[in-house]
Every structure is written in C-alpha cells, then in structure tokens.
Write a protein that binds this ligand. Structure first.
Ligand code: ADP
Ligand code: MG
Length: 267
C-alpha cells in the first residue's frame, strides 16, 4: 500500500440535470485495499460510480478526481480505462454475435492501445495481444476463477442469467487487470448465486496490484467480502467511515442512526 492514493476523490460535487446529487464527497482508494461504500437508496452511490467512469450526464460542478495523482475530469471513459480504472456495469448490455472471448480480446486491446489521439479518437497502433497469446491468458484466468471453458464461446450477455452476467463481468476484470475496480451492485435482484460469484471473483483478484470499491445497498455481500474500510453515504456525502465492523453495525441498526448522527454533528 503506497502513500499516494491511486484514486482520490476530493470534495466532489456532482449535478444531474441541474440538481446537485453529490454534495462534497471525499474518498481515497489504494491498491491492495477493499472499500465498501454503503448507503440508502437514492443517496448517490451510482452517481459516484457513473461520475468516476466519466458518464456525460453527470456534471462535476466542483471538487477533484485524481487517479495516480492526475486529474481525470477531462478524460473520456476509454482513457480512464486505459489508465487502469475499471467499472463493472450494473446493467450490462447483450451483444448477440460477439462471443465472450472476442469481446474480451477487443476490450483488452483497447485497454492496451496507446492513448494518442488520431482524428476522431484514440486508434490502436499496435496489433495488441495476439489470438494465441490471448487464448492462453483467457484459459489461465478462467481456470483461476473456476469457470467452464464453454462460457468463453457464448455470445456476450445473450440470454445470460444474472449469475452469468456477473461471471462475464468478473472475467473482464481478470483480463483487463485494472488498478482500481469499481463495482456497483444492483440494490435488488442480486441473487445469492450472483452475489457469491462476485464475491469469489473479488477475493480471487483483489491483492497488492488491485484496489476495489464495492458499492452496495445491502450488507449481505459483506458476508462474503471482507472490506478493509466501510463508508456510509447519506445524501451525497460520506457521513461515517470505519472498518468491517461498521457493516455489521449497519446490518443490525439500519441507516437511520447514521442519518441522525449526521444531524447531530452538522454545524
Ligand atoms: P443510489 O445508487 O445510492 O441509489 P443514485 O446515485 O442512483 O442513488 O441516485 C441519487 C439521486 O440522483 C436520486 O434522487 C436519483 O433520482 C438522481 N439521479 C441519479 N441519476 C440520475 C439521472 N441519470 N437522471 C436523473 N436523476 C438521476
Ligand atoms: Mg445505485
């Protein structure tokens, strides 16, 4: 764990369609750390995730997002990805006709491409990873994650179950090897099977070379992932941070007492 945070969010204010949603949120994530961001519905969790990845609808009105010391506010999502930031999407799209393997190879080559601009966008100059080399990597990672090899041949998210979508997401993370991964979990409908897949994936991949920010409404996921830090977001800012024990306290007491505490402590 280094001194400079790999991801530093400082006093971030974000507006969506003119309405302020994030109201001074700060958080730091380093490689080797697992952070959980928890909070009630509508508190701004997905807004943070979307803003970090550079979704155009989320307007940063003030504050900073630094990745490895560099501001990423003016960067496009693909540039952020090339730098080593990864976001698992809450609602992945199906791409019939494109296999999981082909999709992952394209994604990896895009990640490896030099970021120089060429006309309308960044163009990969090199060939990237070759098919044979990629197959070896894919096989190795699928083995690590204990995935069936036939999975790579299926069309991406086409008829996938919730659990299989999560599997595709985790595999993408394993192949792209981000330095910081952000996982925004659905607030509902994440069944136990999907939850287990995500958790096992995070546990297998998190380590000294990767930091993770797991965003979740429910405490359940934390039965499987043990975070080093837990942050509670209420009304667009983090009102409480602590260790894994904080998640347990939230499970027992809900979010209301954090809200109350916020009122007491507010100037
Ligand atoms: P959470 O993920 O914590 O449930 P969100 O970040 O999704 O919360 O939403 C926080 C608030 O911002 C909500 O009031 C929501 O209606 C609003 N919001 C978020 N994204 C959008 C959007 N794309 N368009 C309009 N309002 C949005
Ligand atoms: Mg959300």
């Amino acid at each position: 764990m280094s001194d400079t945070p790999d991801l530093a969010v400082r006093d971030l204010h974000v507006a969506v369609e003119g309405k302020e949603i994030l109201k001074g949120l700060s958080v730091e994530v380093r490689k080797g750390e697992i952070h959980a961001l928890m909070g009630p519905n509508g508190s701004g969790k997905s807004t943070l995730a979307n803003t970090l990845m550079g979704h155009p609808r989320y307007e940063v009105t003030s504050g900073q997002i630094l990745f490895k010391g560099q501001s990423i506010l003016d960067m496009e999502p693909d540039e952020r990805s090339r730098l080593g930031l990864f976001m698992a999407f809450q609602y992945p799209v199906a791409i019939p006709g494109v296999s999981v393997a082909n999709f992952l190879r394209s994604a990896l080559n895009a990640r490896l491409a030099p970021s120089e601009k060429n006309g309308n966008g960044a163009m990969p100059r090199k060939k990237g990873i070759g098919p044979k080399e990629f197959r070896t990597l894919l096989k190795e990672q699928m083995g690590l994650l204990r995935m069936d090899e036939t999975f790579a041949g299926r069309y991406l998210n086409d008829g996938f179950s919730g659990g299989e979508k999560k599997r595709a997401e985790i595999l993408q993370m394993a192949i792209l090897r981000p330095e910081i991964a952000i996982m925004d979990e659905t607030d509902s409908g994440l069944d136990i099977d999907a939850l287990r897949i995500v958790s096992e994936g995070v546990n297998a991949l998190a380590g000294p070379h990767m930091g993770v920010l797991v965003i979740t409404h429910y405490q359940r996921i934390l039965d499987y992932i043990k975070p080093h830090f837990v942050h509670v977001i209420v009304d667009g800012r983090i009102s409480l941070s602590g260790g894994a024990e904080l998640a347990l306290e939230l499970e027992n007491r809900g979010y209301d007492w954090v809200r109350d505490q916020d009122e007491v402590e507010a100037p």
